[in-house]
Design a protein around this ligand. Sequence first.
Ligand code: IPM
Ligand code: MG
Length: 360
Amino acid sequence: MSKQILVLPGDGIGPEIVAEAVKVLQLANEKYSLGFELAHDELGGAAIDKYGVPLADETLERARNADAILLGAVGGPKWDAIDPAIRPERGLLKIRSQLGLFGNLRPALLYPQLAEASSLKPEIVAGLDILIVRELTGGIYFGQPRESKVLENGERMAYDTLPYSESEIRRIAKVGFDMAMVRNKKLCSVDKANVLASSQLWRAVVEEVAKDYPEVELSHMYVDNAAMQLVRAPKQFDVMVTDNMFGDILSDEASMLTGSIGMLPSASLDATNKGMYEPCHGSAPDIAGQGIANPLATILSVSMMLRYSFGQAAAADAIEQAVSNVLDQGLRTGDIWSEGCTKVGTQAMGDAVVAALAKL
Ligand code: IPM
Ligand code: MG
């Protein structure tokens, strides 16, 4: 039976990088007889332009019926002045939450070829391989009530709410432990339990879940310390599990250790491993349309899709190998370029990965 993949290019550099990832996906589809059928739709600003909302009901329905979703990025200055309730980002948050994609896997892996591109000294990042497990459908990004209002004295005020239920924490903690079990069996849970009630519950529930994983070495770290440790000694980490906002911030930080946020893929999974796959970076409106964006994070997101949603480890490995081979050839987009390498654009990078994959 054929498998349906919904492609949502989004905004800014989204369409450019997704076009390259789709080439790689199509080739993998043929080469490994995966039986994928691709459909396209819009999300974010592009959806506002087409449907008047950042996630149309019909798009959500298509996403529900798809076996996996490949997403570019959303947002841009064109929609900055829009009613906050229909900002492009709300479409992304809504699709994550409506599809129950609570488990966000963000691997920060340093390709040895890119050690020079990291902002840290090569010896600090050499061999770096961290997995950040971010809770994606709860916490302060979704908590109610949230409000922006004018007080009686005329002063403006706004607030958000950071709620976590026991079951939400338990299920993401399990993802963290499961991932640790297939990696180096170390899990660091990141919270702010010295201040936040939600973090105190987080820590208590993670401790309870730990009882089912006696082989995993569990540690806890406050988020401010974790942010510091990530640049001080990042190799101390194997898997990190954390809430929605902390994971958002720490994954951007971790990306720079690997040379560029342009290298970081992600998977957002539901309880059955159905998933949406997207680069961790945003829509980069400042470089959109110039053909210079790095498509590798999106291409590596395709690899994650094959691995996690379709159990096609060989095809996933091959895509990762193709990316590595292209880096060996010295090809670099501007964000990962260093002296002595060949600077290429988005399309040339995508074509090179396709060529490398075809040869494997
Ligand atoms: C990310 C992005 C999104 C998030 C934005 C665009 C809503 O920063 O995927 O990390 O905060 O989750
Ligand atoms: Mg982010």
